[in-house]
Design a protein around this ligand. Structure first.
Ligand code: AMP
Length: 587
């Protein structure tokens, strides 16, 4: 990395509230010459902040006494005097932000995604809830949801909250940015809140614990959440820190590349919610003095499709078997943007036969909040097209996706030399470098992030207004599903976003499915893709649509999406929830 640029002023004021206005100034031509294809840069547009040179010495590795993301403060409460701990205003501000800023999470047109249809499949029908107040949440969770600024549940949350509350194994096939982290964290943590004292493993007293003096305890988490990347794991951990506020539940995060000694020491203070990447989790599972899976009640696999794509099939099987516990005790929850065959197989093997599935819109589809523009670009003129794209709209947080580490390095240099405030990230970077790049991007100091796709999986940064596919994904590496993941970095939770993709002669293979994806969300089809538009009357066939096989055993019958079972109202808990028993409430 030759440059990771740091700007000086905050992006905040420079960020437009929505990209609605961008559509009038954004790039929408598609000639042969990319530079000519772009609309002229807005003359009076706000300027990008100046880049700041990269400080190599600041981050020579994760073990350099620099704080790592997993060392962030968590609420710790020993349960003396009740399950609910006192308020702690400083931590409250750290977790939820200042009271006056807390409405940030809601987008300008959040209602647009509130209308998205959710299809449910499985032997029982789950009645959706429309308000957090109807979700039977523990009062502390209800308060935490309020502190987080969540006014209403998102479509996926409307279903997973009751389904998880009732004790069903649950699959959520949800669009990126749909609120899927909270869709599982809220109901799981809420259910555990009143029971933490009974279920949780012994641990040192957080008030008196002295590292290196008191003996560490073995981590025996009640919830294990597996995520494919360090960045996503950290994000989930940060959401968990919020929702565990004022409870006895202690969240921890472990990931490869992070300081292992520190992670072990942190686990030794007690761990109820463990967020981990698969490699590090497997490592700890093999060290019984560090981690035991025997108390696990909930196992969540997030971005599950991504993990199978990188060939972790065997490892996932091992993790899901929990290594050393009775499977009947564990509720399994799978969250994924797409639901390909290997994932369906994994679900069949590990999830209860009466599991329920919720699909938000079409599996893998994108929502209409994102304006997608595909530009024909000569492969040799991509850099020009990039600068034009970056300058054609007001400065805003922008992610530039590339297909190789080399391109990421090269573009970082190139944009830095063009005086653009960029940073970059890929898998060859050390953890400290990746965290620093993310911090620069999040804070707005380096509002242009150049990244390879896998590294950026699941990243949730507020106000990403523009995603640029400098390279479109190839059909061999993720294809249209990868495209959907990438552009889902913008337009999150009701915010409007713009996705610009450079289409070269080498991208012909993705042309057909890309065209159908554009049609599905009523985007304009550029001339050079028009030959892929299906003929009138022909269906927009998507391979991923066939993700539910009625012959699999728990399937839909007579065209009824939820099969023959009765309605699962609030009173009747799923029969197989050994732990929850007849209790559907939070006590
Ligand atoms: P996710 O899809 O889990 O990455 O969530 C995207 C963002 O939406 C995160 O910043 C969440 O904190 C936020 N979020 C999740 N649920 C809600 C909600 N019901 N209302 C407002 N914001 C939400």
């Amino acid at each position: 990395m030759n440059s990771a640029a740091w700007g000086t002023s905050s992006m905040k004021e420079a960020l437009p509230d929505s990209t609605a206005e961008h559509s009038t100034v954004s790039i929408n031509g598609h000639g042969n010459d990319a530079a000519a294809a772009a609309a002229p840069a807005q003359q009076d547009s706000k300027q990008w902040i100046k880049p700041r040179a990269y400080d190599y010495t600041a981050m020579d590795g994760p073990d350099q006494n620099s704080p790592w993301d997993g060392s962030a403060a968590v609420y710790e409460w020993d349960g003396e005097g009740g399950d609910v701990g006192p308020e702690y205003p400083d931590l409250e501000v750290e977790l939820f932000g200042k009271a006056e800023d807390r409405k940030e999470g809601r987008g300008v047109d959040f209602t647009a995604i509130a209308e998205i249809e959710v299809v449910q499949e499985g032997p029982v029908k789950i009645d959706r809830i429309d308000s957090f107040r109807d979700a039977g949440l523990h009062p502390v969770m209800l308060r935490n949801v309020e502190l987080a600024g969540f006014e209403a549940p998102t479509p996926i949350q409307k279903y997973t909250l009751p389904s998880i509350h009732l004790g069903y194994d649950t699959i959520g096939i949800a669009q990126t940015g749909s609120g899927k982290t909270a869709a599982y964290l809220i109901p799981i943590l809420s259910k555990l809140m009143g029971k933490a004292k009974k279920l949780a493993a012994p641990r040192p007293n957080p008030a008196t614990y002295q590292e290196g003096v008191d003996r560490p305890y073995r981590a025996e988490p009640l919830v294990v959440i597996v995520a494919p990347t360090r960045e996503l794991a950290t994000q989930i951990f940060n959401e968990a820190r919020k929702f565990c506020y004022r409870t006895m539940l202690r969240p921890c995060v472990c990931y490869g590349g992070g300081p292992i000694g520190e992670q072990v020491r942190n686990l030794g203070k007690g761990c109820d919610i463990l967020v981990a990447t698969p490699g590090r989790l497997l490592d700890f599972m093999k060290r019984p003095q560090v981690l035991s899976m025997s108390r696990v009640r909930y196992m969540v696999i997030d971005e599950a499709d991504e993990m199978l794509q990188v060939d972790w099939e065997e490892e996932m099987g091992y993790i899901m078997s929990g290594a050393n516990q009775d499977e009947g005790n564990v509720r399994y929850l799978l969250f994924s943007a797409t639901f390909p065959k290997p994932l369906r197989d994994l679900a069949k093997l590990h999830l209860a036969a009466n599991h329920v599935r919720f699909r938000v819109g079409r599996a893998g589809s994108t929502h209409g909040n994102i304006k997608q523009e595909v530009l024909y670009v000569d492969a040799n003129l991509k850099r020009d097209a990039l600068t034009t794209a970056l300058k054609s709209i007001d400065p805003c947080r922008t992610i530039v996706f590339v297909n190789s580490k080399r391109t990421a390095d090269d573009l970082d240099d190139y944009l830095f030399n063009m005086d653009m405030p960029c940073t970059s990230m890929h898998s060859d970077r050390t953890q400290a470098e990746r965290e620093a790049a993310m911090r620069g991007f999040r804070s707005g100091e380096a509002p242009i992030l150049i990244t390879t796709a896998v590294t950026a999986r699941g990243i949730d940064v507020r106000h990403v207004r523009h995603v640029i596919n400098y390279d479109l994904p190839s059909m061999d590496h993720g294809g249209i599903e990868e495209y959907i993941h990438r552009i889902g970095r913008t337009g999150r939770i009701g915010h409007r976003g713009l996705a610009t993709s450079f289409f070269t002669d080498g991208d012909e293979a993705i042309g057909s499915v890309l065209t159908r994806t554009l049609l599905e969300t009523n985007q304009e089809i550029p001339d050079f893709l028009k030959h892929h538009v299906p003929e009138e009357g022909q269906d927009l066939k998507f391979e991923a649509d066939s993700d539910f096989d009625p012959n699999e055993g728990q399937g839909a019958q007579d065209g009824d999406a939820w099969g023959s079972g009765g309605n699962a109202g609030w009173g009747n808990e799923a029969g197989n929830d050994a732990d929850a028993g007849a209790d559907a409430g939070w006590m």
